[in-house]
Design a protein. Structure first.
Length: 277
């Protein structure tokens, strides 16, 4: 058999979206796309706020795949984006998969990006970069949840690597950078993940909490694992989690979101209906 013909096809996908404020609601405007990255028709369970489901039909990502997402939230727009299921990263034959996400949030805009977890099958190789540029007077929430191996099946992440970077800028000025490199050694290192297979970060921009309120928030703990909440810059709050299950990180981050959303956006948490299926 021809070796080139037997090599699996790699996917390259690009999707650029714009959220525009209308008279009664925020409109989703697809700007450009190619490859297997798309969205469903938006939902409006909160009337003005546009709920968007991001879809990757192949269902999994392998070495050599490239996914590029760009989201622009125009002035005074309101949007919530999520995914219908976990993103799975599979064994690589040596190539690295690349995922790039860029968010621009204009003054007065509210954007929440709350995808379901990333699952890394042993041997997966991923380079991920998330860039966020917020304007003064905007509001933004984003979480990333990572599961290495499949703990429910006692499957360890014995090989492979994640290299990830998150940057937050305010009108071009760097506020925060988080760089992470996770492999089999990092998972067991006492100064690293300490044998916990699940980790995550939850970033909230646009809120300043009084010390007493921050202490109340820090008192919310996951049922399993360890967590921490800090405010490294004015208007920027970060929660982190290390633990043993995706169910626990889901419950912890969702609980924080339900607690913080009324303070940040002046409206109660409205769960995307896809989370219930």
């Amino acid at each position: 058999m021809n070796e080139l013909a037997a090599k699996p096809q790699n996917w390259e996908a690009f999707l650029k979206l714009e959220l525009r404020c209308g008279q009664e609601k925020t409109h989703l405007v697809p700007i450009k796309r190619y490859g297997p990255l798309t969205v469903q028709r938006p939902f409006y369970p909160e009337q003005a706020c546009c709920h968007v489901y991001l879809l990757h039909p192949p269902g999994g990502i392998v070495g050599g795949d490239r996914l590029d997402l760009q989201v622009v939230s125009d002035k005074n727009s309101n949007g919530l984006m999520t995914t219908p299921g976990a993103a799975k990263y599979y064994l690589s034959a040596g190539d690295t998969a690349y995922v790039t996400q860029q968010f621009e949030v204009a003054s007065g805009a509210h954007l929440e990006f709350l995808p379901q977890e990333n699952i890394y099958i042993p041997g997966a190789q991923l380079s991920s970069k998330t860039s966020i540029d917020v304007a003064s007077g905007s509001r933004f929430m984003l979480w990333e949840k990572h599961c290495f191996g499949r703990p429910s099946n006692s499957e360890l992440f014995s090989s492979g690597q994640l290299n990830s970077k998150i940057e937050v800028r305010q009108e071009g000025r760097l506020l925060f950078t988080e760089i992470q490199r996770v492999d089999a050694d990092e998972l067991v290192r006492t100064s690293g993940m300490r044998h916990y297979p699940v980790m995550g970060s939850f970033l909230i921009y646009g809120i300043d909490l009084e010390k007493s309120t921050l202490r109340d928030l820090q008192a919310i703990n996951p049922s399993d694992g360890v967590s921490g909440i800090s405010q490294p810059q004015p208007q920027l709050l970060i929660a982190r989690y290390l633990g043993n299950s995706t169910h626990d990180i889901d419950a912890y981050f969702t609980g924080l979101w339900e607690w913080l959303r009324p303070l940040l956006l002046q409206r109660e948490a409205c769960h995307p209906r896809i989370w219930k299926t």
